[in-house]
Design a protein around this ligand. Sequence first.
Ligand SMILES: Nc1ncnc2c1ncn2[C@@H]1O[C@H](COP(=O)(O)OP(=O)(O)O)[C@@H](O)[C@H]1O
Ligand SMILES: Cc1ncc(COP(=O)(O)OP(=O)(O)O)c(N)n1
Length: 294
Amino acid sequence: MTPADAPTRTAPHTGSVREIPNLLSVAGTDPTGGAGIHADLKSFAAHRTYGMAAVTALVAQNTGGVRAIHVPEAEFLAAQLASVTDDVAVDGVKIGMLGTVEVIETVAAWWDGLWTGRAERPALVLDPVMVATSGDRLLDAEAESALLAFLSRADLITPNVPELALLAGREPAGDAETLIAQARVVADAHSVLVLAKGGHLAAGDVVDILVHPAVDGVRPPEHRAAGPRVETTSTHGTGCSVSAALAALRARGLSWEEAVDEVKVWMTEALRDAERLDVGVGHGPIQHFAQLWR
Ligand SMILES: Nc1ncnc2c1ncn2[C@@H]1O[C@H](COP(=O)(O)OP(=O)(O)O)[C@@H](O)[C@H]1O
Ligand SMILES: Cc1ncc(COP(=O)(O)OP(=O)(O)O)c(N)n1
């Protein structure tokens, strides 16, 4: 590792680090426990933080796919969000499935009312959930531009290959260099850090790449976290779990680079250990507690 790549430990946005940080997931549900808020809560716990969740959408899904989606009224989502932040000091936020324009506007109004423009605010990690592993849509087509307009609120976004292509307005990348080029376009357009996840690239090691936006024409070097490809069909909820883990580690005081490295190692173990679970007949969940339950 060169000095420029060396991770630095920096303070989170909230100033001091709480002994056990409070993490909030704003996302949809998965009654089989593999994705959405269920994955996020396990991921928060696996990374030694206290997990909370506000539900954007109730999703009837399992390891085989999505059967139905029910989006509660916007006022009810707003009430959930206010219930948390009226009472609890939040140290980190992960946003996942937003689903509709109305949900995006509700979450934006909550976030802007509390934190936009304030120096001391929790770090926000946004997983731009659009399509499930099963191929089912989780974001209305007409909500794509609203999602783009939301991105600049986040500190870090975590698109996979097809999501990044959509955000960049390009064809899906086939190699790491194209992935980086697209991540730069999105990072600059929305002034946001981009973790471009490489799970959908061709066989070989899997690399996730952290790309910074350029400031005054200067861009810090990208940071790569590579790991072996695990041969498994148990990949349901990997993206949800990664974004939640990054929010948790950031709230614990790690730099983004440190967090990305730690999450990569953790995810590889969670995918390897998934074979010990016996959940469903489709794309099964990962084993969030692989390192804890040896
Ligand atoms: N087969 C695999 N082996 C090892 N790591 C993987 C594998 N598939 C995905 N990952 C990791 O899981 C995370 C999610 O990656 P990806 O599949 O690209 O996104 P998504 O789950 O959102 O589709 C990333 O950290 C990626 O490196
Ligand atoms: C409620 C909910 N949120 C997100 C997803 C996406 O999960 P999945 O399809 O497994 O994709 P990744 O998490 O791996 O990106 C979902 N299915 N449900």
